[in-house]
Design a binder for this molecule. Structure first.
Ligand SMILES: [Cu+2]
Length: 107
């Protein structure tokens, strides 16, 4: 199997594991060096799963006070999730592609 397929399968397995957790979740893809949506609204303590559907690495993060996170390097086909345990609006960016921006609204 090639590496891309292996990482895609691992990403699906990760999503499966995360989906068995209780809290609700929403998925946001990265595709064409953009987030698939400019904004997601979630409930307090819900999770956002970032799925890299690009052929390049992304590094999704937020420096918003209280909602700070950094998913480190997210290779093509990989997925990683963040649980938001504080209400507010997280400004989400990619450390590699400065034009990538979105908001996570935690209600
Ligand atoms: Cu990026």
């Amino acid at each position: 199997m090639n590496r891309l397929l292996v990482s895609a399968l691992l990403a699906l397995a990760l999503i499966g594991i995360l989906e068995t957790a209780n809290a609700a979740q929403q998925q946001v893809a990265t595709t064409g060096k953009r987030f698939s949506t400019s904004e997601v609204r979630i409930a307090y303590e819900d999770m956002v799963i970032f799925v890299n559907q690009d052929k390049v690495v992304h590094q999704v993060f937020s420096t918003t006070a209280g909602l700070r996170f950094n998913l480190k390097r997210l290779p093509p086909g990989a997925a990683s999730g963040v649980r938001f345990a504080k209400r507010g609006v997280a400004e989400v960016r990619c450390a590699i592609h400065r034009d990538m921006r979105m908001k996570v609204v935690v209600e």
